[in-house]
Ligand binder design. Structure first.
Ligand SMILES: [Fe+2]
Length: 204
Protein backbone atom coordinates (compact mmCIF):
# COMPACT_ATOMS: atom_id res chain seq x y z
CA UNK A 1 0.00 0.00 0.00
CA UNK A 2 2.28 2.83 -1.21
CA UNK A 3 0.32 5.76 0.23
CA UNK A 4 0.49 4.27 3.73
CA UNK A 5 4.27 4.19 3.45
CA UNK A 6 4.38 7.96 2.84
CA UNK A 7 2.70 8.81 6.10
CA UNK A 8 4.40 11.49 8.13
CA UNK A 9 3.73 10.11 11.60
CA UNK A 10 3.34 6.71 13.12
CA UNK A 11 -0.23 6.42 14.34
CA UNK A 12 -0.89 6.93 18.04
CA UNK A 13 -3.29 4.00 18.40
CA UNK A 14 -2.59 0.53 16.98
CA UNK A 15 -6.24 0.04 15.96
CA UNK A 16 -5.96 2.94 13.51
CA UNK A 17 -3.88 0.76 11.17
CA UNK A 18 -6.50 -1.94 10.95
CA UNK A 19 -9.38 0.53 10.58
CA UNK A 20 -7.50 2.21 7.74
CA UNK A 21 -6.83 -1.10 6.07
CA UNK A 22 -10.54 -1.90 6.21
CA UNK A 23 -11.32 1.49 4.72
CA UNK A 24 -8.74 1.04 1.96
CA UNK A 25 -10.31 -2.29 1.03
CA UNK A 26 -13.88 -1.01 1.08
CA UNK A 27 -13.60 2.51 -0.32
CA UNK A 28 -10.29 3.57 -1.86
CA UNK A 29 -11.47 7.14 -2.55
CA UNK A 30 -12.37 7.79 1.10
CA UNK A 31 -9.16 6.12 2.25
CA UNK A 32 -7.00 8.40 0.08
CA UNK A 33 -9.10 11.40 1.07
CA UNK A 34 -8.48 10.55 4.74
CA UNK A 35 -4.71 10.50 4.20
CA UNK A 36 -4.91 13.91 2.52
CA UNK A 37 -7.04 15.37 5.33
CA UNK A 38 -4.64 13.98 7.95
CA UNK A 39 -1.66 15.67 6.29
CA UNK A 40 -3.39 19.01 5.76
CA UNK A 41 -5.03 19.14 9.21
CA UNK A 42 -1.77 18.43 11.04
CA UNK A 43 0.08 21.02 8.94
CA UNK A 44 -2.59 23.62 9.73
CA UNK A 45 -2.34 22.88 13.44
CA UNK A 46 1.42 23.50 13.27
CA UNK A 47 0.93 26.68 11.22
CA UNK A 48 -1.56 27.98 13.78
CA UNK A 49 0.83 27.39 16.68
CA UNK A 50 -1.14 24.41 18.00
CA UNK A 51 1.78 22.01 17.88
CA UNK A 52 0.25 20.00 20.72
CA UNK A 53 -2.77 19.24 18.52
CA UNK A 54 -0.72 18.13 15.52
CA UNK A 55 -0.69 14.40 16.22
CA UNK A 56 -4.32 14.32 17.31
CA UNK A 57 -5.38 16.09 14.11
CA UNK A 58 -3.32 13.70 12.04
CA UNK A 59 -5.06 10.74 13.64
CA UNK A 60 -8.47 12.46 13.41
CA UNK A 61 -7.89 13.07 9.70
CA UNK A 62 -7.18 9.39 9.20
CA UNK A 63 -10.31 8.35 11.11
CA UNK A 64 -12.94 11.05 10.52
CA UNK A 65 -14.76 9.22 7.72
CA UNK A 66 -14.26 5.66 8.98
CA UNK A 67 -18.05 5.52 9.53
CA UNK A 68 -18.41 5.25 5.75
CA UNK A 69 -17.61 1.57 6.30
CA UNK A 70 -21.26 1.29 7.40
CA UNK A 71 -22.81 3.36 4.59
CA UNK A 72 -24.49 1.15 1.95
CA UNK A 73 -22.09 0.52 -0.93
CA UNK A 74 -24.62 1.46 -3.60
CA UNK A 75 -24.82 4.92 -2.04
CA UNK A 76 -21.05 5.29 -1.64
CA UNK A 77 -20.36 4.47 -5.26
CA UNK A 78 -23.39 5.93 -7.01
CA UNK A 79 -22.83 8.36 -9.87
CA UNK A 80 -26.30 9.88 -9.56
CA UNK A 81 -26.89 13.28 -7.97
CA UNK A 82 -27.97 12.82 -4.34
CA UNK A 83 -31.61 13.42 -3.42
CA UNK A 84 -32.65 14.48 0.11
CA UNK A 85 -32.97 10.91 1.42
CA UNK A 86 -29.57 9.95 -0.03
CA UNK A 87 -28.06 12.98 1.67
CA UNK A 88 -29.59 12.05 5.03
CA UNK A 89 -28.36 8.49 4.67
CA UNK A 90 -24.85 9.69 3.81
CA UNK A 91 -24.82 12.12 6.73
CA UNK A 92 -25.20 9.15 9.06
CA UNK A 93 -21.51 8.35 8.47
CA UNK A 94 -20.60 10.77 11.27
CA UNK A 95 -22.71 8.82 13.76
CA UNK A 96 -21.17 5.58 12.52
CA UNK A 97 -17.69 7.10 13.01
CA UNK A 98 -18.67 7.91 16.59
CA UNK A 99 -19.95 4.36 17.17
CA UNK A 100 -16.83 2.72 15.74
CA UNK A 101 -14.34 4.93 17.58
CA UNK A 102 -16.24 4.74 20.87
CA UNK A 103 -16.48 0.97 20.56
CA UNK A 104 -12.71 0.87 19.93
CA UNK A 105 -12.19 3.00 23.07
CA UNK A 106 -10.54 5.98 21.40
CA UNK A 107 -10.16 9.00 23.71
CA UNK A 108 -13.24 11.18 23.87
CA UNK A 109 -11.40 14.30 22.69
CA UNK A 110 -10.28 12.55 19.50
CA UNK A 111 -13.81 11.20 18.88
CA UNK A 112 -15.29 14.69 19.32
CA UNK A 113 -12.85 16.26 16.85
CA UNK A 114 -13.62 13.54 14.28
CA UNK A 115 -17.36 14.01 14.74
CA UNK A 116 -17.21 17.78 14.23
CA UNK A 117 -15.83 17.77 10.68
CA UNK A 118 -19.23 18.58 9.13
CA UNK A 119 -20.27 21.09 11.79
CA UNK A 120 -20.29 24.75 10.72
CA UNK A 121 -19.74 27.83 12.89
CA UNK A 122 -23.15 29.31 12.00
CA UNK A 123 -24.94 26.16 13.12
CA UNK A 124 -25.76 25.00 9.58
CA UNK A 125 -23.68 21.83 9.78
CA UNK A 126 -24.42 18.32 11.01
CA UNK A 127 -25.01 16.07 12.90
CA UNK A 128 -25.61 18.36 15.90
CA UNK A 129 -25.81 21.82 14.33
CA UNK A 130 -23.16 23.03 16.79
CA UNK A 131 -22.44 26.76 16.75
CA UNK A 132 -19.38 28.94 17.34
CA UNK A 133 -17.36 28.06 20.43
CA UNK A 134 -19.19 24.73 20.76
CA UNK A 135 -16.96 23.55 17.89
CA UNK A 136 -13.45 22.78 19.13
CA UNK A 137 -10.33 24.28 17.52
CA UNK A 138 -9.53 20.79 16.23
CA UNK A 139 -13.02 20.44 14.74
CA UNK A 140 -12.62 23.77 12.93
CA UNK A 141 -9.26 22.76 11.49
CA UNK A 142 -10.56 19.35 10.41
CA UNK A 143 -13.54 20.97 8.66
CA UNK A 144 -11.32 23.22 6.53
CA UNK A 145 -8.90 20.40 5.71
CA UNK A 146 -11.82 18.13 4.77
CA UNK A 147 -13.42 20.67 2.41
CA UNK A 148 -10.12 21.58 0.75
CA UNK A 149 -9.07 17.95 0.20
CA UNK A 150 -12.51 17.10 -1.19
CA UNK A 151 -12.63 20.05 -3.60
CA UNK A 152 -9.22 19.46 -5.19
CA UNK A 153 -10.00 15.77 -5.78
CA UNK A 154 -12.19 14.51 -8.63
CA UNK A 155 -15.59 13.08 -7.74
CA UNK A 156 -17.85 10.90 -9.93
CA UNK A 157 -20.22 13.84 -10.45
CA UNK A 158 -17.57 16.56 -11.09
CA UNK A 159 -13.94 17.08 -11.98
CA UNK A 160 -11.32 18.26 -9.49
CA UNK A 161 -11.33 21.99 -8.78
CA UNK A 162 -8.08 23.90 -9.08
CA UNK A 163 -6.43 24.96 -5.79
CA UNK A 164 -7.31 28.56 -6.66
CA UNK A 165 -10.99 27.68 -7.11
CA UNK A 166 -10.94 25.69 -3.88
CA UNK A 167 -9.42 28.61 -1.96
CA UNK A 168 -12.07 30.93 -3.38
CA UNK A 169 -14.81 28.64 -2.05
CA UNK A 170 -13.11 28.38 1.36
CA UNK A 171 -12.85 32.17 1.55
CA UNK A 172 -16.56 32.49 0.76
CA UNK A 173 -17.41 29.93 3.43
CA UNK A 174 -15.33 31.91 5.93
CA UNK A 175 -16.96 35.19 4.88
CA UNK A 176 -20.40 33.63 5.36
CA UNK A 177 -19.39 32.56 8.85
CA UNK A 178 -19.44 28.82 8.20
CA UNK A 179 -15.71 27.99 8.26
CA UNK A 180 -13.10 29.56 10.56
CA UNK A 181 -11.36 32.46 8.82
CA UNK A 182 -8.14 31.96 10.80
CA UNK A 183 -7.92 28.35 9.62
CA UNK A 184 -8.58 29.31 5.99
CA UNK A 185 -5.87 31.99 6.36
CA UNK A 186 -3.41 29.37 7.61
CA UNK A 187 -4.23 27.14 4.63
CA UNK A 188 -3.68 30.02 2.19
CA UNK A 189 -0.27 30.73 3.76
CA UNK A 190 0.74 27.09 3.35
CA UNK A 191 -1.16 26.44 0.11
CA UNK A 192 1.73 24.88 -1.81
CA UNK A 193 2.33 22.32 0.92
CA UNK A 194 -1.39 21.60 1.32
CA UNK A 195 -1.57 20.93 -2.43
CA UNK A 196 1.41 18.59 -2.20
CA UNK A 197 -0.21 16.71 0.67
CA UNK A 198 -3.32 16.23 -1.49
CA UNK A 199 -1.27 15.09 -4.47
CA UNK A 200 -2.13 18.10 -6.66
CA UNK A 201 0.01 20.79 -8.27
CA UNK A 202 -0.08 24.24 -6.70
CA UNK A 203 -0.32 27.44 -8.70
CA UNK A 204 -3.14 26.53 -11.11
FE1 LIG B 1 -17.29 13.21 6.26
Amino acid sequence: MPVLAQREFRVLYPLTESLLEQLAGADRVTYEHSLHVAGVASLLAREMGLAGEERVLYEAGLLHDVGKLHVPRELLFTRRVFGPSDRLEMQKHVGYTREILTHCRYPRTLVEVCCQHHERLDGSGYPLGLKGSAISPGGRILAVADVFAALVAPRPYRGALSPRQAVEILRQEALCGRLAAEVVGALVRRLDECCGLCGVRAGV
